[in-house]
Design a binder for this molecule. Structure first.
Ligand code: SAM
Length: 249
């Protein structure tokens, strides 16, 4: 079912969709009155709706009583992604959104080859967030995960300190005991972070800085994953642990 975001959705029995989404419904999807869609307010609520009117530049949808199945993970996962080369970050953002990440935080790490100055960042940030919005619509998220501006290492560490649990998949970590321990600590309602190094990996001092703050260095297995694979693998492990635990409750 098609999914749209209307920030003030839910204030009344009818939701009005305007702009690009209205155009998409009318001229691309050619939807007609009577068809059903899901409208989210982008933060915490979803509404089943039935299209009532399709007008030029505006679509009116009546809110239906049925509850929409929760599509968000029961915990907040923040991906701290070491700034990768090229446009890999766009791929990482799209997949992280599909896997349920709440936020994607690009981080300039010691071995990040790419250096993005203010100007370059200004140009990229709207595109990164547009990719997040498009992925959120496609996979039926209730919220649009934020992609933040690039943080430096100190800023990323400071943000990590506000989280309940931090995992750092580390290419030199050996054995799965720490991975199992970390996943067993992940509980619904938590705010958890995942730090992924860039192509060149982590400097030992970065790992020390994270683990000194309580982060758990974990292995993602005996193979060296590309940076664009590792975050998704870690998110998948966390997503599965959370969804399995949520069903057990
Ligand atoms: N330059 C490193 C090397 O050759 O050993 C590889 C770094 S890897 C391409 C990029 C990031 O993915 C790592 O810093 C780590 O965060 C994660 N990663 C890749 N493979 C991993 C594994 N088997 N276990 C844990 N983390 C891994």
């Amino acid at each position: 079912m098609y999914h749209f975001f209307v920030p003030d959705a839910g204030d009344g029995p009818v939701i009005t969709i305007t702009g690009a989404d209205a155009n998409h419904i009318k001229n691309v999807l050619r939807m007609k009155p009577g068809e059903k869609i899901v409208v989210s307010n982008g933060s915490d609520r979803d509404f089943y709706c039935r299209i009532a009117e399709v007008l030029p530049g505006e679509v009116r949808a009546e809110v239906l009583p049925e509850e929409v199945e929760e599509s968000e993970l029961p915990a907040e996962l923040v991906l701290f992604q070491g700034l990768p080369k090229g446009d890999k970050l766009e791929f990482i953002i799209q997949k992280a959104v599909e896997l349920g990440a709440a936020r994607v935080v690009p981080v300039a790490m010691k071995r990040s080859v790419v250096k993005l100055d203010e100007k370059k960042q200004k140009a990229k940030l709207p595109r990164w967030n547009a990719i997040s919005e498009s992925a959120a619509k496609q996979c039926g998220r209730s919220r649009i995960p934020e992609v933040t501006a690039v943080l430096n290492w100190t800023e990323a560490l400071d943000e990590a300190k506000t989280l309940d649990l931090v995992l750092v998949p580390y290419e030199n970590a050996r054995g799965m005991a720490a991975t199992r321990e970390a996943l067993s600590r992940l509980e619904p309602g938590m705010r958890a972070g995942i730090f992924i190094g860039p192509e060149g990996g982590f400097e030992a001092s970065e790992i020390e800085g994270l683990t000194a703050g309580g982060a758990l260095a974990v292995s993602l297995g005996r193979r060296i994953l590309r940076t664009e694979t590792a975050g998704l693998a870690a998110l998948t492990l966390c997503m599965a642990a959370l969804e399995i635990r949520a069903e057990e409750l």
